[in-house]
Ligand binder design. Structure first.
Ligand SMILES: Cc1cc2nc3c(=O)[nH]c(=O)nc-3n(C[C@H](O)[C@H](O)[C@H](O)COP(=O)(O)OP(=O)(O)OC[C@H]3O[C@@H](n4cnc5c(N)ncnc54)[C@H](O)[C@@H]3O)c2cc1C
Length: 465
């Protein structure tokens, strides 16, 4: 890497060379995982570049290609698996300044990758009472580009499914990492080349997303005496076709009372809860359904009075549940589990009972391939890496596939197999393998045996400096 020559080529483009700031911009929320914390704590880039537009971005990529400098794209670094961390050093490419909202029209928005999700919602709401179909629970800090390249779904997935589903992204403009970078427009089937690819095979520079009608969603918390009762209620509510919801989350005791500190006054010790966002026109029906199913509405934003200081309920859900627990007791970590339809309740309950004192259940209800089921983000008390592996193995053996959040590679965190479409696109779009190195096993080690049960280690993982 000839950094001096690179910096000369980047003349006029905003770069950052302050060590402290470079270190900050080389991190994400990898520390949620004690395993990734051990492996990645030392990872740091050599510099950060912040292009203001596509033309500058192309210049950065062209220069990095010429000087063989690895490039790791970054939105705002709220990803959980070291996704935005530069494992081989080099340049962190911050997309945060490419945050222009270009067009809002019925059913769609066109914007730069660096727009913060909640800013996009605010603009669409003000322009035409529309909003994103779904956003991560980090909507107030995360970029839309980072959500597409690194996220999966979230608040809104109960109605719309995940980002991977056809129709939930309309178009992406992508710049390749070649001697002369190309600018491609991807739609339809081609979107799968770069969505959830961690920026390993192209940089997203423009995004067209579908919009849904915006409502003044009502936050509610429903209390239950047991996790099973809460899960059965949530499953039933999610299947009510006439009640429009944006979030249905189950969090088992003791997490709500112990860790939802700002809502604690509404909760009882030992209570399991269901967090709900419901459209105002469905609120009466939601209450009637809840009464019929013996749920106790312990918090209702329409009647709770002064809401100052209370986070929205979606900031108790998805990976915010883990964050709330970690802030009180750093010994918690978490898993990502699928409880396949139609046995989701039975499987979630079985896993809940299997690890007393060691696991607290947390379910997110979603629409998945047309069915209603739930993902789990259970809290797990960390003792050793061996025990963590054992708990994950037990989930897999019991028919609850784990999407391992303690791995930094796409494959190990996902389907444990090569994504041939993303790999083929990387061969075209990043022939030198400079984009976010170490995240796609298939690129570095095409013959890797995913059945080996071993953790893959990226040989280029930069040594602590
Ligand atoms: C408390 C908490 C709650 C969360 N809740 C959710 C949730 O509900 N749903 C969910 O899906 N995720 C969730 N996440 C993960 C993360 O916040 C989201 O996925 C978020 O959208 C990532 O956006 P970001 O701007 O922080 O991306 P970053 O972390 O900066 O980047 C994510 C990945 O995308 C790549 N990337 C970023 N921008 C581009 C680009 N323009 N082109 C190509 N590649 C790019 C990066 O290299 C990285 O691999 C949560 C995380 C935390 C800490």
């Amino acid at each position: 890497m000839d950094l001096t020559a690179l910096i000369a080529d980047l003349d006029g483009i905003r770069i950052e060379q302050n060590d402290k700031i470079i270190q900050q911009k080389s991190r994400d929320f990898y520390w949620y995982s004690p395993v990734l914390k051990r492996q990645l704590d030392h990872v740091t880039a050599d510099l950060v570049a912040s292009p203001q537009n596509e033309e500058e971005l192309v210049r950065v990529l062209r220069a990095c290609y010429r000087h063989d400098v690895p490039v790791t794209p970054r939105g705002t670094g709220t990803g959980n698996y070291g996704q935005a961390m530069p494992l081989s050093g080099g340049l962190v490419l911050s997309l945060a300044d490419m945050n222009e909202i270009k067009e809002i029209s019925p059913g769609r928005v066109i914007c730069g990758p660096g727009v913060i999700c909640s800013d996009l919602d605010k603009a669409a709401r003000e322009a035409s009472r529309q909003e994103l179909r779904m956003h991560p629970s980090t909507a107030h800090t995360a970029t839309i580009g980072g959500f597409i390249a690194g996220g999966s779904g979230g608040v809104g997935s109960i109605s719309w499914g995940g980002l991977r589903d056809f129709g939930n992204i309309i178009r992406l403009r992508v710049v390749t990492m070649e001697e002369e970078p190309q600018v491609l427009e991807l739609t339809g089937e081609d979107l799968h080349k770069v969505t959830h690819a961690y920026g390993t095979n192209g940089i997203i520079t423009e995004i067209e997303m579908p919009l849904a009608p915006a409502y003044d969603w009502v936050d509610a918390i429903v209390g239950f005496d047991s996790f099973e009762a809460a899960a059965a209620y949530a499953n039933g509510l999610a299947r009510q076709d006439g009640i429009l919801t944006k979030l249905i989350t189950v969090v088992a005791a003791p997490c709500p009372f112990d860790y939802f500190k700002r809502h604690q006054k509404f909760l009882r010790e030992g209570q399991s809860v269901v967090l709900v966002m419901v459209a105002p026109q469905s609120d009466d029906a939601f209450k009637a359904f809840t009464a019929r199913n013996s749920g106790e509405i312990v918090f209702d934003a329409t009647t709770a009075g002064d809401l100052k200081g209370l986070p929205p309920v979606f900031e108790l859900a998805w990976n915010h549940t883990t964050l709330r627990a970690l802030r009180v007791d750093p010994a918690w970590t978490y898993l990502q589990v699928l409880y396949p339809f139609p046995n989701q309740l039975e499987l979630a309950s079985k896993m809940d009972r299997m690890f007393p004192g060691e696991l607290i259940s947390h379910l997110e209800f979603v629409r998945f391939d047309g069915d209603i089921t739930c993902f789990g983000l259970p809290l797990v008390k960390f003792t050793t890496e061996e025990r963590l592996e054992e708990i994950m193995d037990l989930h897999n053996e019991n028919g609850c596939p784990i999407f391992n959040p303690h791995r930094y590679t796409l494959e190990e965190g996902g389907m444990k197999q090569t994504d041939e479409i993303q790999l083929a696109f990387k061969r075209e779009a990043d022939p030198k393998g400079l984009l976010n190195p170490g995240k796609m096993i298939a690129w570095d080690d095409p013959d890797y045996d995913f059945g080996s049960g071993k953790t893959w280690l990226f040989k280029g993982l930069k040594q602590a400096s």
